[in-house]
Design a protein around this ligand. Structure first.
Ligand code: MEV
Length: 442
């Protein structure tokens, strides 16, 4: 019996996992098969499966995503095998091709421009602004003092609170202020640390105001609207670049010499600076590489992307995160991205594969991981724009996509081998592969 979709389910979270699974399966025509399919993705080791179940809520199975490796990634003279978790075909191949290409031209270069994280306490206070500013020095002392139990450990690791700024936004929203707080969180992403500090700040502000006997009663209170870290980290930024003499680009394309290729490539990147439609796709290509590393190492790719897209708009319009410089016979391709990542805490040590990824990368510091992830962003961006400005994206992309299409048609190994051979010099499309498979099966 198929369950009705419009029935509200109560108490789902309280059901046992097995019962949740059964309940979900009832929404399908073939519940028995659905249960078997979803169960076939459970980990064979019960304790490992329990770990996964506890990462999230209402879990009924695991969703696999391929875990690949981009070899030959040279960054500041050191060679890495970079783990990439991504479902899209071509991304790992593009990153690997780019890494190989640049390994023969000095490798990737990368430097950290800053590591400051940001958080805010948003509050309303009805008193006069100058009175609040007059209290700020002693208020700051109270704030700092009140979070000592939370900051002590972080301070031992060289991190902590860097600054507390009072921002007056009463011209935007009546009575609205915020504390804009900057943090150094060293090798941790720092979200929990930052949020704990900010929530405590909110409580401290309330107590502090209540104790200000010189204030009118209504000004001895405030409303804490919310306290939360900001995922916009314009001062936690990594800069990555590749460079080579123009003549080292001579063989990139059979029709263009090195300089002509570099100029065309530069034009393509410039378009991503002036046109939001192109900029979005251009930057998406960058995050193909960055997100894949973020996921492989147990980092929050949504946070990293959100920061990147906001940063791409910092000049008042949404632009490319990468840029090209051609000067004195040199081609230089530069990527600047904000990146809040951690190599301790969170999933980084809990998820067995994230832990393994970090080990493969030589247990990097957070700043090293910022460089590695941004390099993979640059590697993918270079490959994409290189393909787009020479042979076009479909040539390589559809070849890689061929396997997805073949799997769609449930091709067996023999059919796959025949199709790989056949499509070496044929245009790959869903229709053409479908026709070819049909012809094989006749
Ligand atoms: C596809 O995932 C990414 C590209 O579209 C990026 C780009 O166009 O630069 C190929």
């Amino acid at each position: 019996m198929r369950r009705k979709r419009d029935i509200i389910i109560s108490g789902f979270s309280k059901l046992l996992k097995e019962d949740k699974l059964k309940l979900v399966a009832e929404y399908f025509e073939n519940p028995g098969e659905v249960v078997s399919l979803l169960k076939s993705f459970w980990h064979s080791d019960e304790s490992q499966q329990k770990l996964f179940d506890e990462f999230s809520e209402n879990t009924i199975t695991n969703f696999y995503i391929p875990y690949g490796i981009a070899p030959n990634v040279i960054i500041n003279g050191r060679t890495y095998l970079v783990p990439m978790v991504i479902e899209e075909s071509s991304v790992v191949a593009a990153a690997s091709a780019s890494a190989k290409f640049w390994s023969e031209r000095g490798g990737f270069h990368s430097e950290i421009l800053g590591t400051k994280k940001v958080g805010q306490v948003h509050f309303s206070w009805t008193g006069e602004t100058h009175v609040l500013y007059a209290m700020l020095p002693s208020l700051k002392r109270s704030l700092i003092e009140s979070v000592k139990p939370i900051t002590a450990n972080m301070e031992k690791r060289g991190g902590g609170i860097l600054d507390i700024e009072l921002v007056d936004l009463t011209h935007e929203i009546e009575h609205y202020y915020q504390f804009l707080v900057t943090f150094e969180t060293k090798d941790s992403m720092g979200a929990n640390f930052i949020n704990s500090v900010l929530e405590e700040f909110g409580q401290t502000l309330k107590v502090f105001l209540s104790e200000q006997v010189h204030l009118a009663d209504e000004h001895r209170q405030c409303e804490i609207i919310m306290a939360i870290l900001s995922n916009y980290t314009p001062e936690c930024v990594v800069k990555t670049w590749v460079e080579c003499p123009l003549n080292q680009l001579d063989n990139v394309d059979e029709k263009l010499d090195g300089e002509a290729f570099a100029r065309k490539f530069e034009k393509a990147v410039k378009i991503a600076h002036v046109d939001v439609f192109r900029a979005t796709t251009h930057n998406k290509g960058i995050y193909n590489g960055i997100d894949a590393v973020a996921i492989a190492t147990g980092n929050d790719f949504r946070a990293i992307e959100a920061a990147g897209h906001a940063y791409a708009s910092r000049n008042g319009r949404y632009e490319s995160l990468s840029r090209v410089e051609i000067e004195d016979g040199m081609f230089r391709f530069i990527l600047e991205v904000p990146m809040a990542v951690g190599t301790v805490g969170g999933l980084t040590s809990l998820h067995p594969l994230a832990k393994q990824s970090l080990e493969l990368l030589g247990n990097p510091t957070a700043t090293e991981l910022m460089m590695i992830a941004s390099v993979m962003g640059m590697a993918n961006n270079f490959s994409a724009v290189k393909s787009l400005t020479t042979k076009g994206i479909q040539a390589g992309h559809m070849k890689m996509h061929l396997f997805n299409i073949l799997n769609h048609f449930k091709a067996n190994d023999e059919e796959k081998n025949a199709a790989t051979e056949h499509f070496k010099d044929q245009k790959v499309s869903f229709a053409s592969v479908g026709q070819y498979i049909a012809s094989l099966r006749k």
